[in-house]
Design a protein around this ligand. Structure first.
Ligand SMILES: NC(=O)c1ccc[n+]([C@@H]2O[C@H](COP(=O)([O-])OP(=O)(O)OC[C@H]3O[C@@H](n4cnc5c(N)ncnc54)[C@H](OP(=O)(O)O)[C@@H]3O)[C@@H](O)[C@H]2O)c1
Ligand SMILES: [Zn+2]
Length: 362
């Protein structure tokens, strides 16, 4: 599994799904509040990518506008501005475009050999989105924001490379088939989950997360984690956890109450490994229940322990019901760039092991 950045695709569209009209001037689809929202997304990103046609058509600056957000990045030891990224097959890019001339951010152009000349940017002679994403990851990009246009959206979506999709919908129609659409023809994946909808004036903002499919090995290991919960005393949540190395080999297991009566399953499994175990950097944590995000019994939540251990991938079956606390484990892990896969198809077995808890039903 080659590593790639977390990809957030952000776009503004008309009610009939157009990104722009067919005129030379850029159609305004946002308002000030919405621009501030997009600014926040940019500030949380390590790099921003647009297609060469957007560079040519819109001449975007691709900068964080808010000085406060820039200051926060600097205070956190991050570069002032995200890296700017574009890709082209033709190489037709104007060196005077604001993409190249505005701001001190690093600029990257992905293109076939020899086609791009004369621009102030690092030209990477690579083609293919997967290769590009692996290269961005190797350059330290962990969160990539994709900002259009339609040809780019189509490829990222149809290749299953979008982890989050944020759509701002303007309250009018474009109605012109010559205008660029949000996405073109293609075989699009299903499995987008609406996680939030917000109203910003008359703009509706919809946020979706993609729900990655678990592999056969994931299902096998998650079943093993669920079975481990049988070892737990029936006091609190009965949870099992399995940690595997990159090749799927089990390197540790645990269950609630394993070792120390207050131990959570993930904690018990992690406690059996050396903190700096190099296998953790490519490991998967399987846990029957969503990792907890706050707790009273021990100082660090399982979410924090997973983050501190550097585990990049988490697979779980059941989202914690808000019996004790509202759990934001999955969201927190995702926000930190970890891959989180929920397998609700296996949640029934976890509920069955926990019917002693008030409010938990089969
Ligand atoms: N409303 C919004 O949120 C929003 C955001 C962004 C853009 N837009 C609008 O979207 C329109 C542009 O969209 P678009 O679909 O025409 O173009 P686009 O997606 O911005 O760019 C397409 C171009 O990117 C390059 N490209 C695409 N895939 C590539 C690959 N796999 N390898 C190498 N190069 C690749 C090619 O450049 P070459 O032609 O140079 O080979 C291709 O023509 C504009 O009207 C813009 O205003 C709207
Ligand atoms: Zn926990």
């Amino acid at each position: 599994m080659t590593e790639r950045p977390h990809v957030l695709l952000s776009a503004a569209v008309s009610l009939d799904g157009y990104l722009d009209d067919a005129t030379d001037t850029r159609l305004v689809l946002s308002n000030d509040e919405d621009w501030a929202r997009v600014d926040g997304l940019r500030a949380a990103s390590d790099a921003i990518l647009v297609g060469a046609n957007t560079v040519r058509a819109d001449n975007p600056r691709l900068l964080i506008r808010s000085p406060e957000l820039v200051a926060e990045r600097v205070a956190a030891g991050r570069p002032e501005q995200p890296v700017k990224v574009t890709l082209t097959r033709s190489g037709s890019l104007d060196p005077a475009a604001q993409f190249f001339t505005v701001g001190d951010a690093e600029k990257l152009v992905y293109a076939p050999p020899g086609v791009v000349t004369g621009v102030k940017a690092t030209v990477v002679e690579l083609s293919g989105l997967h290769e590009m994403l692996a290269d961005l990851f190797a350059r330290g990009v962990r969160r990539l924001m994709v900002e259009g246009g339609g040809a780019i959206h189509t490829q990222f979506l149809t290749e299953g490379l979008v982890d989050e999709l944020h759509l701002a919908i303007a309250p009018f129609f474009v109605g012109d088939p010559l205008a660029p659409r949000f996405a073109d023809e293609g075989a699009f994946p299903r499995g987008l989950t609406l996680v939030k909808s917000t109203r910003l004036g008359d703009i509706a903002v919809l946020e979706y997360h993609s729900t990655p499919e678990p592999s056969e090995v994931d299902i096998l290991r998650l079943r093993e984690a669920i079975a481990l919960a049988e070892n737990c005393p029936p006091r609190t949540f009965r949870v099992g956890a399995v940690i595997t190395a990159a090749d799927g080999e089990v390197i540790s297991t645990g269950y609630s109450g394993d070792g120390d009566p207050a131990n959570h399953a993930e904690e018990a499994a992690l406690a059996k490994l050396e903190p700096g175990d190099p296998r953790l950097a490519e490991a998967t944590m399987y846990t029957s229940l969503e990792p907890c995000s706050s707790r009273t019994s021990h100082p660090r939540s399982c979410t924090q322990l997973i983050l501190d251990a550097g585990i990049p991938r988490i697979v779980f079956a059941w989202r914690e019901p808000s019996v004790f606390v509202d759990c934001v484990g999955a969201e927190t892990l995702e926000a930190a760039g970890r891959r989180v896969i929920e397998v609700p198809a296996l949640a029934a077995g976890v509920r069955r092991a926990n019917t002693h808890i008030p409010g938990v039903h089969l």
